[in-house]
Structures are given as C-alpha cells and as structure tokens.
Design a protein around this ligand. Structure first.
Ligand SMILES: [Zn+2]
Length: 278
C-alpha cells in the first residue's frame, strides 16, 4: 500500500470559529490571522494506492461556486491542486477507482463534482465508486439551520443521485477500517489505515490541525462540542496505546502528527510530512 497526501489548495476560515471558546489572545500567538480575522488552512486529501485501486479520501473545495463565494474563503478556484496532486502521482481523475468522503461539508467534497462545458454537474472521477455514510447523507439532505451553509446543493444533489454511490453501513471492501464520530457532524467517517505496520487515522474534522490537540480547542462549527471532546479523548488514548499517526485534514504546515501525554494533557509529539512517518 502507498499513501500520499494531496493538498487540494489553501483557504481561510475565521480564526474565532476554528477555535470555539479559546480567546484570540491565546490562539493568535500560534495562528496569525489576516485583516478579516481569518487563518490559513489546507484542504488535505489522501491518496491510497494498492495493487488494483487508487482511492482518494476527501476532495477539497472544487471550483463550482462563483468568485464571491470563494472570496469569503480566499480559495483560488483555478489552482487545480487536486488534479496536480494526482498528476504528480502519475494519475488522472479517470484512474481513481474509489472516492471516499468523510462528510459532505463543502470543503471536503466540493472537488468530487464539476461542471462540464454545458454547465451540467458531473462526477470529477467518472470511473470511481463513491463511498459515503448513509446516515450522514440523510443528515445532509435535510440540513439543520447551523450546517445548512456547509451542505451546498450543487454538491449534495449530484452526489446523492450517482449510480456509483455506495454506503459504508451496507458493507464495503475498502482496504481500511472505518471509525464513526458524531461531534463535528452526524456520522463523520474516518479511515483507520494499517499501512506496512503503521496505523494512521485520517482525522478530517476530528483533529483539523495540530493547534486543535488541547481538549478545549474545538471548532464552533461542531454540532456537539462536548461529544467532540469525548471523541478526541477516546481516539487520542487509542492512538497513544496503538502508536497511531493522525493525518490532519486542514493543517497548512504538517500533514501528520503523533501525540504524547504530559501531566495529564495531550501534546504534539512530532509533526511533519507523511513520508517522515511511514
Ligand atoms: Zn466539516
């Protein structure tokens, strides 16, 4: 098995929203913000290659929305980060066999659907099976008022009607285990990968950056912050016992990190590129 991080591009979100109750006088030291109080983030995707499969985990923001929408997030829709990342690995979108979405917030699934020359919405990866949590799709199709702005219909409708859509709850043959967490959104699904003796968790929005390691650092986007804290504790403890590496969904500087515990508090042990860890 081969693992490579594909950075689909960089974007920015409000620093206050990213750190919940933590005041800017504290988070601002580690994460500089721009004039609009936004901090730099990456849309990190993961390419998993086995003998017969090329699997992409999450697909970034894509390029379907207009300049005004992307302006809020400082996203360069022409950056082609996902495609370039595939080219760097000798692949095109046609070579992708499986697309796995941790969840359907626009910064995780926007790249899965594109506009063709007639402005129709079509799958970016025409030969791929698309994998989702059925429970999460139902949640996204009937969005609550808090998350409505993250579940864009130009993503959700075409994905939900794909012939190649499969639900992990109905069984799967993917080469990894699946963890379900519910604090950030209903049924976020995270791959737990066993790669050549190393265990890795693609942490998506359970642990978006290394700055989110301390327990109170929970995004205000989360639907149930106390549950996120419970889930962080559970998976941080497991990671320590089983020597797991976390792959970070949004860290602009580090692809992965490991943890240690010091005086009862979790701290970053090491962080860097995936090739430094496996
Ligand atoms: Zn999310």
């Amino acid at each position: 098995m081969k693992l490579n991080i594909i950075n689909a591009g960089h974007f920015r979100l409000d620093g206050g929203s990213m750190f919940g109750i933590v005041p800017k006088s504290i988070w601002g030291k580690a994460c500089p913000s721009d004039i609009d109080n936004r901090i730099e983030l990456a849309a990190n995707c993961l390419l998993i290659q086995t003998d017969d499969r090329n699997i992409i985990i999450d697909t970034g923001l894509g390029n379907k929305q207009n300049e005004k929408f992307f302006g809020h997030y400082n996203w360069d829709k022409n950056s082609l980060g996902l495609e370039k990342g595939l080219w760097n690995n000798g692949l095109t979108p046609n070579d992708i066999t499986d697309v796995f979405h941790t969840h359907l917030h626009f910064d995780h699934c926007g790249g899965a659907i594109k506009r063709d020359e007639n402005d129709s919405l079509i799958p970016t990866f025409p030969n791929a099976t698309y994998w989702l949590s059925k429970k999460h799709l139902e949640w996204a199709l009937n969005p609550n008022d808090k998350e409505k702005g993250s579940f864009l219909k130009e993503n959700i409708s075409p994905i939900s009607t794909l012939d190649s859509l499969k639900f992990v709850e109905e069984g799967h043959d993917l080469p990894f285990e699946i963890i379900t967490v519910n604090g950030h959104t209903e049924s976020q699904i995270l791959p737990l990968i066993n790669c050549n003796g190393h265990k890795l968790i693609f942490a998506a929005d359970l642990l978006p950056t290394t700055s989110h390691i301390p327990m109170p650092y929970v995004m205000s986007y989360d639907i149930n912050p106390l549950l996120t804290i419970e889930e962080k504790k559970k998976w941080f403890e497991t990671a320590l016992i089983e020597e797991c590496i976390f792959i970070l969904g949004h860290d602009p500087y580090s692809e992965c990190c490991t943890l240690r515990i010091e005086n009862g508090k979790y701290k970053m042990n090491d962080a860097g590129k995936i090739k430094d860890f496996i």
